[in-house]
Design a protein around this ligand. Sequence first.
Ligand code: ARG
Length: 441
Amino acid sequence: MSTTKLWDKGFEPDKMIEEYTVGNDRNLDLQLARYDVQGSLAHIAMLEKIGLLTAEELRTLTAGLQEIAAEIEAGRFEIEPDTEDVHSQVELMLTRRLGDAGKKIHSGRSRNDQVLVDLKLFLRDELRQVAAEVKALFDRLQELSERYREVLMPGYTHLQIAMPSSFGLWFGAYAETLVDDMRLLAAAWHIANQNPLGSAAGYGSSFPLDRTMTTRLLGFETLHYNVVAAQMSRGKSERAAAAAIAAVAATVGRLAMDACLFMSQNFGFISLPDELTTGSSIMPHKKNPDVFEIMRGRCNRLQSVPNEIALLTANLPVGYHRDLQLMKDILFPALTEIRRTLRMCDFMLAHVRVNEHILDDRRYDYLFTVEDVNRLVLQGVPFREAYRQVGMAVQRGEYRPTREVHHTHEGSIGNLCTAEIRRKMETVMQEFETPGMQEEL
Ligand code: ARG
């Protein structure tokens, strides 16, 4: 007979059912272990305050949990094959080591709120780390934008030659786009940063739990006050996080697409050192942009994650449902993937080489037609007349560009506003600052 089930009532559930329902959870739950212990440390401190644990019991349990925390940090923690999840494992270890004191820890709790608390703390940390990787990529892009601010490149509309652009604008554009993605990350972070502890199975507890105390101990910004809302946030928090990740992925995926295009011989705008390209098994000359192709593919996949979560949670009525467990299978790999992708993108950009002479090629002459129209306008020719004059010259094959570019307004080739964009980013980054977890947790 199994003795490791919290809900053990003296019969052995079918092994097949167990495997099917637990699925990949033991493995994924390892990522939640340290947060599970933090949640329990806050909970027992609160239980002692409201008189459900003695000071002595609190001391014993705290030491027991801290010992488990050290095992987790040392990589020595595991969820035993007969144990369902991390919550059961931690309680089992405490009970084995401390006897009756261990059995008291679950008063006023449920695994439903344990997993909720774990996920909030986990998401809070993960999103902050994603934000840090996004910031690193932003810094890189801004640095490249400034370094190549004078280097012109063709700007396209409809993928047809349009107007002069620059590497300053191109790199800087992706930097500024990441500011908007960062706003979504910050929003997802605020959503995750609310205390669900005390919601128990989803309907609270008849014990006089001090939820304000655990909010402070765990460094949450606020509570999820309504216990039902707290339970319903399972899935919503993940979906917000996934939406933010998808936004970042859309930006990085687009940059990867540009890189593939611009590395093609037909463009030749950028190149990479040989060791960052990949070869072909048949064509000896090949230096392929596989990294950017894989990046594009991974980013496209990441954009399906909010949909997967939406479908998993579609039509679930109020309250806990075991379906919610499967969210971890969707979201956890996505968090790892976006961070890996951001790091790789930064690494590739650190080595990218820029062609500083693209516009020497006559095929790009037409980029300058608007410049020349504007030059005539400044000499007093009405715009429509200037447009016609230049247009006719193009038509007759007589157009010769002056190749002079004078853009001065905010956000243009000649005035990138790098510092202003940086200030926007720094303002958003400040959102990630909160009181923080109490030291002892
Ligand atoms: N592994 C479960 C999950 O992720 C933990 C909560 C289980 N609760 C329950 N009532 N069976 O949702």
